[in-house]
Design a protein around this ligand. Sequence first.
Ligand SMILES: NC(=O)c1ccc[n+]([C@@H]2O[C@H](COP(=O)([O-])OP(=O)(O)OC[C@H]3O[C@@H](n4cnc5c(N)ncnc54)[C@H](O)[C@@H]3O)[C@@H](O)[C@H]2O)c1
Length: 370
Amino acid sequence: MRLTLNTGPGKAAGIYTGSTVFQELNAFLGNLSPGPDSIFILTDKQSRSCCLEVLTCAVSSLLAAEVLEIPAGEKNKSLKSAEHLWNILAFKGASRRSLLINLGGGVITDLGGFVASTFKRGVPFIHIPTSLLGMVDAAIGGKTGINLGDIKNQIGTFQNPEAIFISTGFLGTLDSYELLSGFAEIIKIALVADICLWKKLGSIRLQDLLKMKPDKEIWEDLISASVAIKCRIVEQDFREKNLREILNFGHTIGHAFESLSLQTNRNPLSHGHAIALGMICESYLSVMKSGLDSGDRDAIIRMIFPDYEYYPLHRKDLDFMMEFIEYDKKRRSSGACFSLLRSPGNAISGERCEPGEIIESIDFYRALER
Ligand SMILES: NC(=O)c1ccc[n+]([C@@H]2O[C@H](COP(=O)([O-])OP(=O)(O)OC[C@H]3O[C@@H](n4cnc5c(N)ncnc54)[C@H](O)[C@@H]3O)[C@@H](O)[C@H]2O)c1
């Protein structure tokens, strides 16, 4: 299956999914004209061990590609890694006619997209996302980036890859922690923009889905649907001036959960797990501020619990979270702005919430502890 993400005149990226994806990649590489003078594959240690051989077995021309490996993990989405990669590319003689293939999760597609879009003012790149979160979210939409110290995604570009190739076969080596992380972004995309997908999710038992083989049609369907919805939003607002902001539902408070879990000595929450908890708080705010029915809020909570574990919050954690939200990048001069739901499948952005309302929403979450 082929989708297209159009972000301006002459700026369309093909997004390939389905069982023929490696044939499509073979054809894509064969049709490049002029052909690349060198091909680099950026990956991290774990994605390399789980995915590189699968890729090069299916696309043998990539056996000759130069592999650039970084350690796995968010802390490597850094200026240090970018500098290291720019240096290697320069040393290996990469040019604007080279091709960078980003093979990995969201860290690799964000970092690789950033490195490619800035090296020599732009080297063509493609994404082959291998995590669920990468497939449904990070690789789609042309946002590239690195973190600046602890501040996420502070440096980056908007640059669409030449193409994106999504093979659900890669999901087979992901553990349920990573699958749940990606699944939270599927829940989010349904909630902000597609009632049909939301209803479909309601008919699925997440625990059953996690046990299914990655080549099952249901995975393919969920991923294709999420990608199509994200493309529809991004095409209307590539540079996130208004509509695209709805994709931040759950993220303002979710990032505070994520940051809290990383700062303390407790188990770190995955990105998606934190967003799932953020969606609970922001659904509460949606009932208060944007007319979400409380029955729909409760359905959202039932979708999230018990599959995503409750993360206990102490009173003092609230201070940390509120401080974090204050400084969050979505803070405007008049107060923290949220993307909230009017109803499942219908969201608005730019909603101002007072600190007391945000605290109330976190207290609502705390009261859900069993
Ligand atoms: N650009 C965007 O629009 C956008 C959107 C959402 C998230 N993001 C970014 O994405 C990143 C999170 O992405 P992520 O959750 O994929 O994290 P990740 O890239 O760190 O991948 C998670 C882990 O899974 C491993 N992995 C990847 N594919 C695997 C596979 N097939 N089998 C086994 N292990 C595999 C990785 O090595 C890593 O250890 C964050 O940096 C976030 O900011 C970007």
